[in-house]
Design a protein around this ligand. Structure first.
Ligand SMILES: Cc1cc2nc3c(=O)[nH]c(=O)nc-3n(C[C@H](O)[C@H](O)[C@H](O)COP(=O)(O)OP(=O)(O)OC[C@H]3O[C@@H](n4cnc5c(N)ncnc54)[C@H](O)[C@@H]3O)c2cc1C
Length: 409
C-alpha cells in the first residue's frame, strides 16, 4: 500500500520521529510543518528514558547509542534534617534510566530524517479541514495544501486534534513545574552529596524536586537538571503561565519566582537550597502540569501522536518514550496494512490504551508526590518502598509501557 502524500504537523520530538516513520513506511511525499522559525535544539533542558524502553527504541531504529547520555540507577529521597547540609536520606528506589539533553535528542532525530522529506520551519498550520480520502491544511499566509494523510505531532494544543470529532482539550492538574539547569562545575562543593548515577529527590509537604545530571548542550560536560513541582501560592498565578511548553525565563512572573524561593528556603536542606539559588534566573522555566488523553488516536485520514494525543504528567517518566513509540507503531501499521483506513484503525487500537494507561499513572503519581504528600519525615526504606508500590500500582508502568504492548518489562 502507498500512503501517498503525508503532512506531519509539528517538528519537535514526535514530529521528527513521525517523519522518519512515514518515510520508512514508503510514503510518496512527506512534508513537516513546524511553526518555530529557528532550530528547537536550544529550548529544551533534560529528559530521561527508561533503560528497557531505550533498548526497544534502539532496536526499532529511533534512538542510537551515539546520542550523549548519562546513566542513572538510583533515586534517593531526601528531607531537610537539622544541621545536615545534604539532608537526611529516607531511602532509595531503583531508577534505571538514561538521561539526555533535550536538544541533542531532538537534533539526532532531526538528522535521521531522510533528505527526501521537506521540513518547513516557520510554517504554522492554522486549520485542518478533513475531507474524503484526505485533508486540506490551511497554512499561515493563506496557502492551502491537500494531503492523503495528516499526522498531528503538534503538541498539547494540537490544531490537528481540534479538527477531530472529540477535539479533547487538556486539563490543568492544579500545580506547576519549575525547571532549571546548572553546569556541573557550578554545583556547590560537598563530597558525597549525591553520586553521578543518582536522581536525587528532595521531598517537602506539597511537592518535591528531582535532580539528575544530563549531558551539556552538544554533549559537552554535564549539568544538573532539576524539576520542582508544587502548587502556586495563589491559584490565579498559574493562569498567567498558560503554555504547557513552558514560559521562557524572561516571562516568568515575579510572584512565581518568589513562591519557588520561599518553599526552597523553608523546606530544603542547605546544599539543595544552594543548588537552586546558583541556577541563573535566565536558566529557570515554569510550566503548568496538564492531563490530556484523546479517546481515538486516529479518525479518517487524521492521526495523532506524542503530546497531541496524550499528555501524561512528567512523574510518569514517559513523555518522549511515548512519542517515539507512537511513531514506531505507526510505521509498522502503515507498512503492514492493506489500506490507509486499516492502518489508522490498527494504530488507534494499539496506542489509545497505552496513552490512557500512562496518563492514569501520571495522575496517581501526581497525587502521591505533590497533591497528597505523605509525612515524609517519618518514612524509612521500608515505608518508602510500600508508599511507592501503592502510588504506582495499577495501569501504566513507570518509564513507559513495553513497545509491544505487553504488560511486562
Ligand atoms: C521547545 C520545547 C522544549 C521542551 N523541553 C523539554 C524538556 O526540557 N524536558 C522534557 O521532558 N520535555 C520537554 N519538552 C516536551 C517534550 O518534547 C514532549 O513532552 C515530548 O517529547 C513529546 O513531544 P511532542 O513532539 O509530541 O510535542 P512538543 O515537543 O510539544 O512539540 C510540538 C511541536 O509542534 C509545533 N506546533 C504546534 N502547533 C503547531 C502548528 N499549528 N503548526 C505547526 N507547528 C506547530 C510546536 O512548535 C512544537 O515544535 C519540550 C517541548 C518543546 C516544544
Amino acid at each position: 500500500m502507498s500512503v501517498g502524500r503525508v503532512a506531519v504537523v509539528g517538528g519537535s520530538i514526535a514530529g521528527c520521529a513521525a517523519a522518519l516513520a512515514v518515510a520508512r513506511a514508503g510514503a510518496g511525499e512527506v512534508v513537516v510543518f513546524e511553526r518555530a522559525a529557528g532550530g528547537l535544539q536550544d529550548r529544551g533542558i533534560g529528559l530521561a528514558v527508561h533503560d528497557r524502553r531505550y533498548a526497544e527504541l534502539e532496536a526499532a531504529g529511533y534512538l542510537d547509542p551515539g546520542i550523549p547520555w548519562v546513566r542513572l540507577t538510583s533515586r534517593p529521597w531526601i528531607v531537610r534534617d537539622g544541621g545536615s547540609r545534604a539532608g537526611r536520606r529516607l531511602g532509595a528506589l531503583p531508577f534505571g534510566f538514561r538521561s539526555y539533553n533535550w536538544g541533542s535528542l531532538w537534533s539526532a532525530l532531526r538528522a535521521r530524517i531522510p533528505a527526501s522529506v521537506a521540513y518547513e520551519r516557520g510554517t504554522a498550520v492554522e486549520q485542518v479541514l478533513p475531507g474524503p480520502g484526505g485533508a486540506v491544511l490551511r497554512l499561515a499566509g493563506g496557502r492551502e495544501e491537500r494531503f492523503d494523510l495528516v499526522i498531528g505531532a503538534d503538541g498539547y494544543r494540537s490544531a490537528v486534534r481540534a479538527a477531530t470529532r472529540d477535539a479533547t482539550v487538556p486539563g490543568y492538574a492544579g500545580y506547576l513545574a519549575w525547571r532549571g539547569a546548572l553546569p556541573e562545575e557550578e554545583l556547590p562543593g560537598l563530597a558525597g552529596a549525591w553520586a553521578r548515577d543518582e536522581a536525587a529527590t528532595v521531598a517537602f509537604p506539597g511537592g518535591h524536586m528531582i535532580v539528575y545530571r544530563i549531558p551539556g548542550p552538544g554533549g559537552s560536560g554535564t549539568s544538573a537538571n532539576w524539576v520542582f513541582y508544587a502548587a502556586p501560592a495563589d491559584p490565579a498565578h498559574a493562569l498567567s503561565v498558560g503554555d504547557a511548553a513552558g514560559l521562557p525565563p524572561d516571562r516568568v512572573p515575579e510572584a512565581l519566582t518568589a513562591h519557588h524561593r520561599a518553599v526552597v528556603d523553608a523546606h530544603f536542606p542547605p546544599y539543595w537550597q544552594e543548588l537552586v539559588r546558583r541556577t541563573p534566573k535566565g536558566a529557570t522555566y515554569v510550566q503548568p502540569v496538564y492531563d490530556l488523553c484523546v479517546p481515538r488516536y486516529g479518525e479518517g485520514r487524521l492521526v495523532l501522536l506524542g503530546d497531541a494525543a496524550a499528555v501524561a504528567r512528567p512523574h510518569s517518566g514517559s513523555g518522549a518514550v511515548k512519542a517515539l513509540q507512537d511513531a514506531a507503531v505507526l510505521e509498522r501499521c502503515l507498512a503492514s496494512a492493506g489500506s490507509p483506513a486499516e492502518a489508522v484503525a490498527a494504530y488507534d487500537a494499539a496506542r489509545a490504551p497505552v496513552g490512557r494507561a500512562v496518563v492514569g499513572l501520571g495522575r496517581r503519581l501526581g497525587r502521591a508526590q505533590v497533591q497528597g504528600t505523605p509525612a515524609w519525615e517519618g518514612m524509612d526504606q521500608t515505608a518508602l518502598e510500600r508508599w511507592w508500590k501503592q502510588a504506582s500500582e495499577g495501569e501504566g508502568r513507570f518509564g513507559g509501557q513495553a513497545l509491544d504492548g505487553a504488560r511486562r518489562g
